[in-house]
Design a protein around this ligand. Structure first.
Ligand SMILES: C[S@@+](CC[C@H](N)C(=O)[O-])C[C@H]1O[C@@H](n2cnc3c(N)ncnc32)[C@H](O)[C@@H]1O
Length: 232
């Protein structure tokens, strides 16, 4: 009865259920404009990230920004934080978003901002950011990191819906687009990151975001999560 509005076992299943109704999904051009607008000023969950970033940014030479869209966090964070002159901020995203990001970066003369479709670039980063993006990947973060030749010292996860129960997938209805996302288990995520050597330093709620789960109301995500981890 619920169609694409029900929950699914895998991200793939949710993706194929929503495909006819997705309206271009992540690569809808209105979505890129929306992200720039949303991050014209920092959102509540960004301030917790600033708390951890502030004292560490002088030692961070490269940032890998998973699902960094057209660079919206790069542009926003510059207004709040002092970054190194030689910082490289590398955005990983979908092809159409990357090309829009390159055009915008050229217009804004954003010389520290780079774009890539190659996940292996994360191996050279000091900081791995997954803000509002981890849940769109069918590989969990520990699996993504496992494949790298070297691992970043710091991890910032922000605006991510996590569950304490079994993992499952749903469709997010943002109005202008609909996209599938995976609800990863928080404890499993932290345990798997711990086995890669990452300790949890800070955790907060991204209370500006919630996610209804219509056929499992008790699994509804009332607030997304933010985490700061460091390699020990
Ligand atoms: C909600 S936006 C987050 C934007 C930004 N990081 C922030 O926190 O505001 C999610 C981003 O993940 C990207 N994304 C989703 N699935 C992806 C995939 N399979 N590969 C690369 N990027 C993806 C989308 O294109 C989009 O830019």
């Amino acid at each position: 009865m619920l169609g694409y509005r029900s929950s699914f076992q895998t991200l793939r299943e949710a993706e194929s259920a929503v495909k006819p109704y997705a309206r271009g999904g992540h690569e809808n051009s209105a979505n890129m404009a929306l992200h720039l607008e949303l991050n014209r000023a920092a959102r509540p969950s960004d301030y917790a990230a600033f708390f951890y970033l502030r004292d560490r940014l002088t030692s961070i030479r490269k940032i890998f920004d998973l699902g960094g869209n057209v660079g919206n966090l790069y542009y926003c964070y510059q207004d709040y934080l002092q970054t190194r002159e030689d910082l490289i901020w590398c955005v990983y995203d979908l092809p159409e978003t990357l090309s829009q990001g390159r055009i915008l970066a050229g217009r804004k003369n954003a010389r520290n901002l780079q774009f890539t479709g190659d996940l292996r670039q994360a191996a050279e980063a000091d900081l791995f950011i997954a803000s509002g993006s981890l849940h769109y990947f069918d590989k969990s973060l520990p699996n993504l990191l496992e494949d790298l030749a070297a691992r970043p010292k710091y991890i910032l996860i922000n605006r991510t819906p996590l569950t304490e129960g079994p993992e499952f997938a749903v469709v997010q209805d943002a109005g202008h687009i609909r996209v599938a996302c995976m609800l990863y288990n928080r404890s499993k995520l932290l345990d798997n990151l711990a086995s890669l050597g990452y300790g949890l330093v800070g955790e907060w709620q991204a209370a500006e975001l919630s996610l209804p789960v219509l056929d499992r109301p008790s699994s509804t995500i009332r607030a997304y999560t933010g985490l700061w981890l460091e390699h020990r």
